[in-house]
Design a protein around this ligand. Structure first.
Ligand code: MIG
Length: 670
């Protein structure tokens, strides 16, 4: 049961799609306190209470023991002390052995979740005094989640090809890169469905322009890639260059679509193209304008985009840099002394993403002027919605690939997301896994991390192990930063093992796609904590490095270097498949309990629940041929039939499901 509580005059965020009448009773579970600036909710934590949710954050699956600040931030180093990443997903389930409830703090400004960090036995949430809170009670974590998802609406469905392997690198600029990367994947028989272009495909990093050297003929490039069964996925940034020779800028000024300062002047801050203006994604009119800017790219046949820098990230503002120079000018040029040294660092180091800048501009929310600080976390959501609505206006019958860096709950209806700038660190494989269930709880089903790591140089074994998690995530993209080691699979001596992982992914797509669609249609989750499926099992409740996947499977990836396998908690009788390739695997029956399961570098583990089998396809080199590839059932002999989801993969025409016979002839022989 969902109860809504309104305090003061809350901002309407667009997160919820159900219009629930606010209740005037006391809010259950929490003690409410008015602090100077806002509201504080606090609630005691029992010893065995687990806290699940919050979407994209650092920390474990259980969020207890850390402070989180909902404030969308371009954070380039995801270490365990970080309080904010790129998105705000303020939904949390408080699960105790005695029962569970959910809370959604629908506040688009800063919210602080102190989840047993200041005190072991207490959680507090600090939000604004104008806020809408939803409390969901009754039932298990799975049921609470389902109610929350019904409140916030159905998840985005990408095209089928978006389940294919995507190769990306900051530095891919156009035709040459696309043909080389395509050719080397095809020559080496590494399956591939998409290549991302990063900011260098644009003319001086300006949105909706093309670098004439690297993209002389967009349509030709797109058509050629399509013949090679590859989709080109260009990046679009939030900022528009404040430059009178830029057509998008001129159009934005003419149509009055940029956010403004108090005095009515257009707000300017630097990002990649230099001083830029920022579309007002909270204004429907400005959003429609922005969505229509994609049209020339869509007309050229582009059918996938990634939206970046939409926290919004600001390198410095026009005002901020002026102040910094003033402060620097006061220093002695040769001997700046200790205080001066501190001031110099302060002046330069506080320029990016400054609170002062965020406070200095306003949005036009249907005629009401709202300071950005109050609604900061809605900006990326607005950009996602604006672009998606633009695609729909262009061709409402077609599904486009779209994933964003910044988001708020509600954005999950319009697009997917990636987890931003991780590093080539082993700990980030685990972090990738731990973020998945929280994101799924909040409706973000189409997501994934930069496989192999964005920052720092990857290593062959790190990439291989990371692929062994990535083959299960709907967005499976290898992406890395400019300046790092080449990270395409064909760069490595263990290419054969890596290729086999991608081939396994393609063998699993019928399963992943079917389970994805079932999760969409039932407001369910593709990835769940073990605690959700086995709420009364104390071991399952505290398992931090394994996930349930769909209705039939569990995954337990290896995320440590030099491992010959790993310890796995098996919450019920399962068959583990130790897979080296679609053609080469062995199986072992595991009883409930803790096991050390062998898993050599070239192997990936997939656990199947008792009596379950999953569809498994003959892998193809792109999803284009996948429809014709034979599918058989793999798993327990004499397993129950499986409901396979089949649709045309691009339109919104409802799919039809087929029952695959699981009688056992095709079952994996024990
Ligand atoms: O300031 O476009 O997270 O994926 O490669 C860096 C360049 C801007 C950040 C994104 C990353 C992308 C990079 N971008």
């Amino acid at each position: 049961m969902i109860t809504r509580y309104d305090f003061g005059a809350p901002v309407s965020t667009g997160a919820a799609v159900l219009n629930i009448t606010p209740s005037h009773g006391d809010i259950p579970h929490f003690q409410l306190e008015e602090t100077g600036e806002g509201l504080r909710l606090s609630c005691p934590l029992e010893e065995d209470t687990c806290l699940f949710g919050l979407g994209e954050t650092v920390w474990g699956i259980n969020k207890r023991g850390h402070i989180y600040r909902a404030w969308n931030t371009d954070e380039t180093t995801h270490t365990e002390d970080k309080k904010s990443l790129y998105s705000a997903h303020n939904f949390l389930i408080v699960s105790s052995p005695s029962g569970a409830f959910g809370i959604f703090v629908d506040d688009p400004g800063e919210v602080i979740f102190d989840l047993g960090a200041t005190s072991l036995k207490r959680m507090t949430i600090d939000c604004h005094k104008d806020v809408t809170l939803y409390i969901i009670e009754g039932g298990s974590c799975v049921e609470i989640c389902r109610e929350f998802r019904e409140l916030t609406g159905p998840s985005y469905v990408p095209p089928y090809w978006a389940f294919g392997y995507i190769q990306s690198r900051w530095g891919y600029a156009g035709e040459e890169d696309v043909s080389r990367v395509t050719r080397l994947h095809r020559e080496n028989h590494i399956p591939l469905d998409g290549i991302c272009l990063d900011i260098d495909y644009m003319d001086r990093f300006r949105d909706f322009t093309l670098n004439p050297k690297t993209v002389p003929d967009l349509k030709k490039m797109v058509d050629k890639a399509r013949k090679d069964r590859v989709h080109i996925i260009p990046i679009i940034d939030a900022g528009i260059p404040a430059n009178p020779d830029d057509a998008t800028y001129l159009s934005g000024i003419e149509n009055d679509t940029f956010v403004k300062e108090e005095n009515g002047e257009v707000f300017r801050a630097a990002v990649w193209p230099g001083l830029s203006c920022f579309p007002d994604f909270l204004s429907p009119r400005a959003s429609a304008w922005f969505g229509d800017r994609y049209r020339p790219l869509l007309e050229a046949g582009i059918d996938g985009f990634w939206n970046d820098m939409n926290e919004p990230s600001l390198f410095y503002s026009a005002k901020g840099i002026r102040k910094a120079w003033e402060s620097l000018r006061q220093l002695n040029e040769e001997n700046i002394d200790t205080d001066g040294n501190w001031r110099m660092h302060q002046a330069a180091g506080s320029l990016a993403n400054s609170m002062e800048d965020y406070r200095s501009f306003y949005h036009d929310m249907n005629g009401t002027r709202v300071n950005h600080e109050r609604v900061h976390n809605l900006y990326g959501f607005g950009m996602t919605r604006a672009s998606r609505e633009g695609f729909d206006r262009f061709d409402g019958s077609k599904r486009y690939l779209l994933f964003s860096r910044s988001s708020y709950i509600g954005a999950h209806r319009y697009g997917g997301m990636w987890m931003g700038d991780n590093c080539a660190w082993w700990s980030h494989i685990k972090l990738n896994l731990q973020m998945l269930p929280g994101l799924n709880m909040c409706g973000f089903l189409y997501c994934g991390a930069d496989i192999g790591g964005f920052g720092k140089d990857t290593t062959p074994d790190l990439l291989l192990r990371w692929l062994q998690l990535g083959i299960f995530t709907p967005l499976m993209r290898n992406h890395t930063s400019i300046g790092t080691r080449q990270q395409e699979i064909y760069q490595f001596e263990c290419m054969d093992e890596m290729r086999n992982m991608v081939r396994l992914r393609y063998a699993l797509i019928p399963y992943l796609y079917s389970e994805y669609m079932k999760a969409v249609q039932s407001s369910g989750m593709l990835f769940r904590p073990l605690a959700f499926d086995s709420p009364d099992d104390p071991m399952a409740r505290h398992t931090e490095d394994q996930l349930m996947l769909g209705g039939e499977c569990m995954i337990a990836p290896v995320y440590e270097p030099n491992a010959a396998g790993r310890t796995v908690y098996v919450p019920e009788r399962m068959l583990v498949l130790r897979m080296r390739s679609p053609e080469d695997m062995d199986a072992e029956l595991l009883e409930k309990g803790t096991h050390f399961v062998r898993c050599a570098l070239g192997e990936v583990l997939l656990f199947l629940r008792e009596g379950c089998a999953i569809p498994f396809a003959e892998p193809t080199e792109s999803t284009k041929e996948a429809r014709k590839a034979p599918v058989h059932m793999m798993g327990w002999p004499f397993s129950k039939p499986y409901l396979l989801y089949l649709d045309d993969g691009v339109s919104y025409a409802p799919g039809w499901t087929t029952l695959l016979d699981g009688t056992g002839e095709d079952g994996y022989a024990l």
